[in-house]
Ligand binder design. Sequence first.
Ligand SMILES: C[S@@+](CC[C@H](N)C(=O)[O-])C[C@H]1O[C@@H](n2cnc3c(N)ncnc32)[C@H](O)[C@@H]1O
Ligand SMILES: Nc1nc2[nH]cc(C(=O)O)c2c(=O)[nH]1
Ligand code: SF4
Ligand SMILES: [Mg+2]
Length: 210
Amino acid sequence: MLKKELQIAVEKGVMLPLMEEFYTIQGEGYHTGTAAYFIRVGGCDVGCHWCDVKESWNAELHPPTAIETIVENAKKYANTVVVTGGEPLTWDMGPLTQELKEKDLKVHIETSGAYPLSGTWDWITLSPKKNKLPTQTVYDNANELKVIVYNKHDFIFAEEQAEKVNKNAILFLQPEWSKKEAMTPLIVDYVMNNPKWRVSLQTHKYLNIP
Ligand SMILES: C[S@@+](CC[C@H](N)C(=O)[O-])C[C@H]1O[C@@H](n2cnc3c(N)ncnc32)[C@H](O)[C@@H]1O
Ligand SMILES: Nc1nc2[nH]cc(C(=O)O)c2c(=O)[nH]1
Ligand code: SF4
Ligand SMILES: [Mg+2]
């Protein structure tokens, strides 16, 4: 395809800049411990300084891939697909999620919510970021709120975000990986004192799996 045609296909969401796809165990949040096929879409301009996939940020480094190809691969593995990134809501998630649903797959998203919600989802994990706050559509539709705790001020941010998200969302605090020795004990105390919150750990990193 010509460069221009590829660009148009990506704009429509029928091709996506695919960084990687892998079958693993969901390591974080409500569905921790369950098998899922991960689709990591490139492109993110949120700029978290502690982001653990900075290689995903520049969409141009990741080849535009037809969604049919992505779906073919996914359906060979689990019955749950997690779409992550990068920031998946940078792109129109409508076509990809429609194809995945047609194959009877459960479709989950990991998002910062920085862009309006597109696509049809069985589970929405919202992990809000101070530098680019979530859009209202994502607050309204999130199934879980997962706030990353890098320092003690993040507990205040977490409470502010809990006020904005819909009342059914399940609330999680997750230590930032490089600060986990200092932050995990604070999170444990916080959750015992404020039991509407739950602890989420990046369990895949402890298990040495993707
Ligand atoms: C890499 S992001 C991709 C999806 C989306 N951009 C987002 O931020 O939700 C996937 C998840 O990893 C979390 N995450 C990224 N870097 C992390 C780190 N160093 N420690 C803990 N969690 C991290 C994010 O907050 C998010 O919940
Ligand atoms: N195992 C595993 N679980 C995850 N949950 C969210 C992840 C992500 O990067 O979005 C992730 C990831 O990268 N690996
Ligand atoms: S929003 Fe997600 S992908 Fe983007 S920089 Fe932050 S953690 Fe990384
Ligand atoms: Mg990850």
